[in-house]
Write a protein that binds this ligand. Sequence first.
Ligand code: SF4
Length: 236
Amino acid sequence: MKQPPCPAKEPPDQPFIPFTHTGRRLLEMFQLLLAHFGPQNWWPAETPLEVMIGAILTQNTNWTNVEKAISNLKGKGLISLDCLVSLPTAELAQEIRPAGYYNIKAKRLKNLLNYIVDQYHGDLAYFFNQETDAIREGLLSVNGVGQETADSIVLYAANRPLFVVDAYTHRILSRHSMAPEEATYHDIQSLFMDHLPEDVSLYNEFHALIVLTGKHYCRKNPLCPECPLHRWEEHQ
Ligand code: SF4
């Protein structure tokens, strides 16, 4: 009996090789950081809702403080859309006090969660099931949600390939002559997204690694000799 033909073998995964000089430099940056810090597997949250909460709470503070605030919410069983929406803003502010700017952040968090309740009947899965641009625009329409916060939610909660830019990204690229001082958020985001593949896991890790670099080395007074990017080309 004639045997059916063997199924075609899947081609092995090919490593991505960027076409442009900028793409190669960015990939080199990523590889140096990954080799130094290892995979970060962000976002440190259990659910998309927790990512959203963390994205608001982490504005202008470090993650250790955010963890304390989230731990307060968890300890009281408040990490649900219904609980957070029905909790008076003043009480929410007290629970998230360790994150700093707690009155402002409580209002911002309420704005964001009320938006989901009012526009999407509280159905987060439905909200995240839209086109990426619609998710982003929706988030940006909320008072207190800026580009970095919106894109963090799009990337880490909705799992869509959008590169998150923060002050560290700007500083590192500018110190390495990859972007001018006056580059906008959009300029820097486009630099990554135009020269690297649209890949959620790459963007996820890359942003996390940049944050670590900024926190540990690329401070106001940079610690270049110890930094993993010290060997990166065209360093000024
Ligand atoms: S600390 Fe120095 S080597 Fe490291 S990213 Fe900043 S400027 Fe570059």
